[in-house]
Every structure is written in C-alpha cells, then in structure tokens.
Design a protein around this ligand. Structure first.
Ligand code: FES
Length: 106
C-alpha cells in the first residue's frame, strides 16, 4: 500500500492508503475527498479531477502526456504542477505523495 495525502481547498487533510495500480483520482473518490468530481470516470476526457502536485513530488510524478496536456487546457487555474489525477497511477515511488485540490473544477 502506498500512502497518499490530499489537501482539500479548505485545508482539510485526507490521508489514504492506496493500492498500487489504482489511480490517484480513484482514491480521492473512494475516500470522499471534496472537490474531485471526475465526471468522465477516468477517461482523460473531462478535466474535473485536476490536482496540484506538491512541489517536492513533481519530478517523481512526472509530466503529463500529450492527451492529458490538451485536456488540462480546460481545467481551472492551471499551474506548472497541475495534473489530472486520473492519469497518475499509484506505485511504490509515490509513497507519501501530497496533492492539493483546486478551489473548483473547470
Ligand atoms: Fe475525467 Fe480525470 S476523471 S479527466
């Protein structure tokens, strides 16, 4: 299991144990993290699972692929550390990952 921390826009913190191979978005939904909508169910087609990856983790998480990059254009207040959480697969190296939820989606 890999530990993930979500920080909601109001500062509420959610620490969850995630299974490797699942996505960061799936774990947010499963644990009721507010602010993650994931309307398309993880198909990289809605941009409502937008998160900000903590600066200390951006290198480990990596950069979005082209399709995700295109979809991020539809997200609200995109920053250099923006990612779509359905496109981040949980793996051992992400143990301790911290992501923040934006004020709103799209
Ligand atoms: Fe729709 Fe991530 S859930 S793009």
């Amino acid at each position: 299991m890999t530990k993930l921390t979500f920080i909601a826009f109001d500062g509420a913190t959610f620490e969850v144990e995630a299974e490797n191979g699942s996505t960061v978005m799936e774990n947010a939904i499963r644990n009721g993290v507010p602010g993650i909508e994931a309307e398309c169910g993880g198909a990289c087609a809605c941009a409502t699972c937008h998160v900000y990856v903590d600066e200390e983790w951006t290198d480990v998480v990596g950069q979005p692929e082209a399709m995700e990059e295109d979809m991020l254009d539809f997200a609200y207040e995109v920053q250099p550390n923006s990612r779509l959480s359905c496109q981040i697969r949980v793996r051992d190296e992400l143990d301790g990952l911290v992501v923040r939820v934006p004020e709103r989606q799209a």
